[in-house]
Write a protein that binds this ligand. Structure first.
Ligand SMILES: [Zn+2]
Ligand SMILES: [Zn+2]
Length: 313
């Protein structure tokens, strides 16, 4: 299998108007974020080699939507704490350090119960393992997910579902009106709301200024603007190239950096208006394999995916 390489047509663009765009942070859209993702997973599953896997992720996304729709009230940062976070350029609800509300475990129960119907033996074994875990075990695995430590003991396929439940809880907080008006952090490659790494970039159409690049948080679904054609990991502007699967429409490309040998995918609404930063990432794992073979290492996780566990999940 081969793939196209195109040189960065925007090299240097970020240097032309430094600082011209103000910090630009978009919270997730509560009614749409998981519902749209569920529909996208289902659409991508049709005729796909990993169709069953993508359909399962679609069901998980639909269950996430239900949990978010019915989310109980949870504690949020006080006005003082929020002001301090903004003053010191810190995320207000950091995945490491924020006292988690047990509501996330209620989401996990809902997701597990929702997947019981028609579960394959492999999926049922994962559901059984989650049901058998006590609260301390689940909190330990949650710590691992939020630290992107996917090699933690006892993971055994459970981490994607634990991640799905945590995403609901953090997305709920990210949507809260109290957290509106966040600014991009000084360390601008982590989420301004929760401090997580981005799962992918997305080129959005329909925002007030088209063709801007946003990083999409791997946990809370917040998006924040970052100059296009700049390495998300090390900030390199010149040695950036793009790779996509030959014959694809190019709506998903890998932005590869020759300086740090990192890459992150970028999904483009101008090529396909329905792309989703999470679903299209998991439907293009072939691109990860090819870019990995070319010597690049992914710089942001997708916590719904654990390498090597695709068939089991
Ligand atoms: Zn976040
Ligand atoms: Zn780099």
């Amino acid at each position: 299998m081969s793939f196209d390489t195109t040189q960065n047509p925007l090299a240097g663009v970020g240097q032309i108007n430094p600082g011209e765009k103000p910090a630009d942070v978009h919270p997730p859209v509560r009614p749409a974020v998981f519902a749209d993702r569920a529909r996208r997973f289902d659409a991508l599953a049709a005729g796909h080699a990993l169709g069953d896997y993508l359909r399962l992720l679609g069901r998980i996304s639909a269950l996430q939507h239900e949990c978010l729709r019915d989310h109980p009230a949870v504690a949020l940062p006080t006005a003082d704490a929020l002001a301090r976070a903004l003053e010191f350029s810190m995320p207000p609800v950091p995945v490491t350090g924020w006292p988690r509300d047990p509501a996330w475990r209620t989401h996990l129960k809902h997701i597990v119960a929702g997947l019981r119907t028609d579960a394959t033996p492999a999926v049922a074994a994962v559901l059984d393992a989650i049901d058998a875990a006590d609260e301390a075990e689940l909190e330990r695995l949650a710590d691992a997910v939020l630290a992107a430590d996917y090699a933690v003991e006892g993971a055994a396929g459970r981490l994607p579902l634990i991640a799905a439940a945590l995403q609901v809880y953090w997305t709920h907080m990210a949507c809260a009106p109290e957290l509106a008006g966040l600014k991009r952090l000084d360390v601008d490659n982590v989420c301004p709301c929760c401090g997580s790494l981005p799962v992918t970039s997305v080129l959005r159409i329909g925002y007030e200024v088209a063709n801007l690049r946003y990083l999409h948080c791997s946990i809370c679904n917040t998006e924040w603007n970052l100059t296009r054609a700049r390495c998300v990991s090390c900030g390199e502007l010149q040695k950036i190239s793009y790779r996509h699967i030959e014959g694809s429409q190019g709506s998903v490309r890998a932005e590869c950096c020759e300086a740090c040998h990192g890459y992150l995918k970028i999904v483009q609404q101008d090529k396909d208006p329905l792309v989703d930063p999470v679903a299209d990432d998991l439907a293009s794992l072939t691109l990860d394999l090819l870019v990995d073979e070319a010597g690049f290492e992914r710089t942001g996780p997708n916590p719904l995916f654990i390498p090597g566990n695709t068939g089991e999940a």
